[in-house]
Design a protein around this ligand. Structure first.
Ligand SMILES: [Zn+2]
Length: 135
């Protein structure tokens, strides 16, 4: 009865994105502002220790070309003291942080795998010792 029906391929609306993909491979190019033009708050606080993102001028990234694209200039509330040199430095710091995050993630997965392997080994040895008792 289904012989005459055509077969279609799936036509997904959403791409199949793995949950943790961002952890392993960030999708931005500039680590200073994550391609937003606005320097990440935790990086800003390295330079302005008491930085308040809700009340202070927006520190704009000058290490990439995202600054103009997002028309941030129109707001007139920008902190432009972070020059190219400083943004590149913050970029490097953020990259190093990411490397560490990736390594920590790797450690976490490795540990989980070790625990699982250990459990399998334990159940296996339990099973075999039961067998030994029976014989
Ligand atoms: Zn940037």
């Amino acid at each position: 009865m289904t012989d005459n029906l055509p077969t279609f391929e799936r036509s997904p609306i959403l791409p199949n994105v793995e949950e943790d993909k961002e952890i392993w491979q960030p999708r931005w190019h500039c680590f200073c502002c994550q391609d937003t033009g606005q320097i990440q708050a935790h990086l800003v606080s390295l330079i302005i220790p008491d930085y308040d993102p809700n009340r202070d001028r927006i520190p704009v990234c000058q290490g990439c070309n995202k600054f103009d694209r997002h028309n941030l200039r129109d707001y007139g509330v920008l902190d432009t003291r972070f020059d190219l040199f400083l943004c590149k430095k913050l970029d490097a710091i953020s990259r190093a942080d990411w490397k560490q995050v990736k390594e920590l993630q790797f450690e976490k997965y490795k540990n989980l795998l070790d625990i699982a392997t250990d459990q399998i080994a334990k159940t296996h040895s339990l099973a075999s010792s039961c067998k030994e008792l029976q014989t």
